[in-house]
Design a binder for this molecule. Structure first.
Ligand SMILES: [Zn+2]
Length: 377
């Protein structure tokens, strides 16, 4: 049975989405043989070329797609974007002017002409391993953060990961400058806004608190980076005395409005009136340039036998290995992460900072996540 063009296109895009790129390309080419100016098949062939790094080869496909259907904004975006990537800035500017005349959004089109700043203006490069200070570090895998929701076009899209040969830690080549951070965090992702999806968050939080309770069932609970607040409010419900720290001002204001102690500062700069019984840092350490400093500072404000709860993706999980093998590890592209911790390295770091490993759990918060409970020595 012969496929119609529409059926072939559906099969091709499904194969494309599923990562079966050879099948997708074969089908697109068959469509183009029957209908050389087919806009979707041309556009998707361009995307295929881009994803294998063939910027110049992508251009004619994007151009045919655009000429065939100039009312589709995505076709303008793909063509202009690729001209910029191919260093044809003059041509790109001309096409942007045409796009505006055709009624495309002027602001969106102008934004396409913004080029990434040099890496050293965006990241402060690590000269040593940020955990063990060894200078025995080497380049590792490369990611691409340009498809992330927090991505801004002034950021170089390449993410160069580094390996420490001495302590086996993996980290990004440099942490962001203040200027870059301001641009990236001008967007507040919905899941970090205070009170977001609290009903689901409360159940998740209860399972974390149930894991901590056998080690520490009362006292002050300091949540660093409390985000939507679900862990802290649920800890309050269990009878802990909650204290919140977050760098997002609106969350801190919202927590204070509920009558709960909250601070908007780096946690190591805050003076707490009481000693802390439980510190939780859920998906925080992988965002901090030097996590050891923060862990040491937590040690100094905690009760003897106080409990530390941390979570982050685990680079030793099988899931992580499967993703990496199939070339689809989402964390290599995660713009806001500086570290890929393994369980082994995290446990030894905690030990260096005066904490004894107690319990390992799979974190339900994020993909491939781990949770570790440790006790202050
Ligand atoms: Zn190291």
């Amino acid at each position: 049975m012969e496929l119609t063009i529409q059926q072939a296109l559906e099969q091709a895009t499904t194969a494309h989405k599923d990562g079966n790129l050879q099948d997708a390309e074969r089908l697109y080419r068959a469509i183009l043989q029957a209908e050389p100016a087919n806009a979707d098949a041309n556009h998707n062939m361009g995307s295929l070329a881009l994803s294998s790094g063939q910027v110049e080869a992508a251009l004619p496909f994007f151009k045919i797609a655009l000429d065939a259907m100039p009312s589709i904004e995505q076709f303008w975006v793909s063509y202009i974007d690729t001209l910029v990537k191919n260093n044809q800035l003059k041509d790109a500017k001309l096409v942007v002017e045409r796009a505006k005349k055709e009624g495309m959004d002027a602001k969106n089109m102008d934004a396409l002409l913004i080029q990434p700043k040099p890496m050293e203006e965006i990241r402060i490069l690590y000269e040593n391993c940020p955990l063990c200070e060894s200078n025995n570090i080497s380049k590792s895998v490369v990611g691409d953060c340009s498809q992330q929701s927090l991505y801004n076009r002034i950021i170089p899209p390449i993410m160069q990961w580094m390996d420490c040969e001495d302590c086996q830690h993996q980290f990004i080549n440099g942490h962001f400058t203040d200027e870059a951070l301001e641009v990236i965090f001008s967007i507040t992702p919905e899941h970090t806004t205070f009170g977001h999806n609290f009903e689901e968050g409360r159940k998740l939080a209860a399972r974390m608190i149930d894991a901590v309770a056998p080690y520490q069932s009362c006292g002050t609970w300091l949540d660093v980076g409390f985000g939507n607040g679900s862990l802290l409010l649920t800890a309050d419900e269990y009878g802990y005395e909650p204290i919140g720290v977050d760098l997002r001002e609106d969350g801190v204001v919202a927590l204070k409005a509920e009558g709960i102690q909250a601070h908007c500062d780096l946690v190591q700069n805050i003076e707490f009136e009481k000693s802390i019984s439980v510190v939780s840092m859920m998906d925080v350490l992988e965002h901090i340039p030097y996590p050891k400093e923060v862990l040491m500072s937590m040690h100094s404000i905690m009760d003897e036998d106080g409990i530390l709860l941390v979570s982050m993706p685990n680079s030793e999980s099988w899931l992580w290995k499967f993703w990496s093998r199939e070339n689809k590890n989402p964390y290599f592209n995660t713009i806001e992460h500086y570290h890929n911790f393994s369980k082994t390295r995290l446990v030894s770091l905690l030990d260096e900072c005066g904490f004894t490993f107690k319990k390992y759990r799979v974190s339900e918060r994020y993909r491939s996540g781990m949770e570790i409970i440790a006790q202050r020595n």
